[in-house]
Design a protein around this ligand. Structure first.
Ligand code: ADP
Length: 337
């Protein structure tokens, strides 16, 4: 929702611009007609003078005389000047209008993202804390049978893991904003991906994961924790934004001097108009009040920053018949400074 103050300010600036346009149009028309009047008066005066001097016999002579042609040329030049100024001024005003509108839209977008972020972060921080607290209180109050205790503590541990990854994401995104330089070491990316897929297979037993290594792959110099975070984020999103039966494919291959990594799901897919926005910080599709899935809108922002720091690219494609494919292209050779 727009704040009433913002709407008023916006309407006021549009009204001022509209007034300026009208005033300018009025002055331009006035200048144009006055210029025309001046020209006609000068023309008539010249004709009377020339008739009195006897230098012309009729109108045809007058309209061909050098004095008249000179006067007409001067008039045309002034007419073009008025028209030219009007066009330049109108274009400048329209550009101004467009800039105001663009700035305003950006502001509204940022405000929406901040609100979304605050709502989701509050929820994401509060709910694990509340459930851990509940578990601890239950344990404190009652003596529980070992299997119940084991179940409760497992749940609490999962919640602490969620909190931990949220805090890590926040810290990582803050770090990415300051100068982030990937700490490079020799990595066996297919092995890393396979290990992560195996871990997620245990975490989500109902999801079917497929891992494909499609060609021999050279090792890559990269940041282990950064690139792990990229793979985990994409795979977790694939699980989160798909409905059962969930099928996820992780492909890795080498194409000449690049490693191509693809995470494909059969989920709800991403609209074309959202594809460029999802990598923005705190951006989540839809509205926080109605959304069911948990998240902060930091995941894909972090993914993109890490890939860019490795001089790679990431793109989003539609999967067939439905779902999404995230494709990452990482260069094997990086320009070292
Ligand atoms: P979060 O998951 O915390 O909302 P992300 O930055 O990871 O934030 O993702 C941004 C948005 O992109 C998500 O809110 C979701 O709407 C959309 N999205 C990400 N991955 C997928 C996917 N695999 N399928 C469909 N939508 C996705």
């Amino acid at each position: 929702m727009e704040k009433p103050g913002n709407v008023r300010l916006r309407l006021l600036s549009f009204a001022v611009i509209a007034y300026m346009m009208l005033a300018f149009a009025w002055w331009s028309i006035l200048l144009y007609t006055k210029n025309q009047d001046a020209f006609l008066a000068k023309r008539d005066k010249l004709r009377i003078l020339m008739v009195a001097e006897g230098s012309i016999k009729n109108d045809a002579d007058f309209f061909q005389s050098t004095q008249y042609l000179h006067l007409e040329k001067q008039y045309k030049r002034q007419e073009y000047m008025v028209l030219g100024e009007a066009v330049v001024f109108t274009i400048s005003l329209l550009i101004g209008l467009w800039l105001i509108n663009r700035g305003y839209k950006q502001e509204v977008g940022t405000a929406r993202q901040q609100r979304n972020f605050l709502l989701s972060i509050t929820h994401e921080l509060k709910s694990p804390l509340a459930s851990i607290r509940l578990v601890l209180e239950t344990i404190q109050r009652r003596s529980l049978p070992p299997e119940k205790l084991e179940k409760l503590t497992r749940g609490a541990l999962l919640e602490t893991e969620r909190l931990n990854s949220l805090v890590n994401d926040l810290l990582l995104s803050a770090k990415l904003e300051a100068a982030y330089q990937p700490y490079r070491e020799t990595l066996d990316l297919p092995q890393m991906l396979e290990d992560i897929v195996t871990r997620l297979e245990n975490k989500y037993p109902s999801v079917s994961f497929v891992f494909h290594k499609q060609s021999a792959i050279t090792t890559l110099e990269g940041d282990r924790s950064g690139l792990s975070s990229v793979m985990i984020n994409l795979l977790e999103n694939a699980v989160k934004y798909s409905k059962p039966p969930v099928e996820i494919e992780a492909n890795i291959r080498q194409e000449s001097e690049h490693i191509i990594l693809e995470i494909a799901d059969n989920g709800k897919g991403i609209d074309d108009k959202e594809k460029s926005k999802i990598f923005d910080k705190f951006y989540r599709i839809g509205n926080e009040d109605t959304r069911k899935t948990k998240g902060t809108g930091l995941g894909l922002y972090i993914v993109k920053q890490i890939i860019v720091a490795h001089e790679g690219t990431i793109e989003v494609l539609n999967n067939e018949p439905e779902g999404t494919i995230f494709r990452i292209k990482l260069p094997l050779k990086v320009d070292k400074e």
